[in-house]
Write a protein that binds this ligand. Structure first.
Ligand code: ATP
Ligand code: MG
Length: 205
């Protein structure tokens, strides 16, 4: 079983998230992509505008609308009872305990991977899972990407990081929140069920 953790704030989940998950699942023969909204992202200073419950609900609607049998939603990264940040290294360790036979992957956009050395226990992260890093407009993935000195990756670590350069989705949740705030329903960038949820629950006003 090849299982990928796809964590994000998903505030809101958008077309880019679904496109990258689908492309990665096909390119790397993933059996399961776990969309896991994060309770508290350690590297984001401000707390997300939408609550975890709303972000989880939108993720469920988006995954249901994608109707991709490889996709599932997980609350493995739900807010910690003590309010502590959610560290991916803990999440992966929990997944590894739950499914010891699974080969674990982490799915991430190139912009997130750039901060790898600021994540908690980066070397352990590369031991626990293989990584799939996906291109994003303004964050192109050239072949020499992984040899950037700031990553400080050994050859063995580099061999556990795979690049997927075929995704070109020019959309971000930051831009969507601004447009939604201005009254634009952002057609085409959000699954219709997510757009409806945002209107009904008056999010991002
Ligand atoms: P925000 O603007 O609030 O940071 P976002 O659009 O970056 O939102 P996140 O929830 O932060 O969405 O992203 C979750 C993961 O998906 C991250 O690894 C991010 O790099 C990746 N990702 C998000 N949008 C894209 C995109 N358009 N193309 C490639 N990767 C993306
Ligand atoms: Mg982001």
């Amino acid at each position: 079983m090849r299982v990928a953790l796809f964590g994000g704030t998903f505030d809101p989940i958008h077309r880019g998230h679904l496109a990258l998950a689908s492309a990665a699942a096909s390119a790397f023969a993933l059996d399961r992509v776990l969309f896991a909204p994060v309770g508290r992202q350690p590297l984001k200073a401000e707390s997300p505008p939408a609550t975890f419950a709303d972000r989880l609900a939108m993720t469920m609607l988006a995954v249901a609308s994608a109707a991709d049998p490889r996709f599932a939603v997980s609350s493995v990264d739900a807010p910690r009872p003590d309010g502590a940040p959610n560290y991916t290294v803990d999440t992966l360790a929990a997944l590894a305990r739950e499914a010891p036979a699974a080969t674990l992957f982490v799915l991430t956009g190139a912009d997130s991977f750039l901060s790898l050395r600021n994540w908690h226990s980066p070397d352990r992260l590369l031991e626990l899972a293989e990584w799939i890093v996906v291109s994003r407009p303004d964050f192109p993935l050239k072949p020499e990407f992984l040899t950037r000195p700031e990553f400080a990756l050994t050859a063995a670590q580099r061999s556990r990081v795979h690049l997927l350069t075929t995704v070109h989705e020019d959309v971000s949740a930051t831009e969507l929140r601004q447009r939604l705030h201005a009254g634009d329903p952002c057609p085409g960038l959000l699954p219709p069920a997510v757009a409806d949820y945002i209107q009904t629950h008056r999010l991002y006003r």
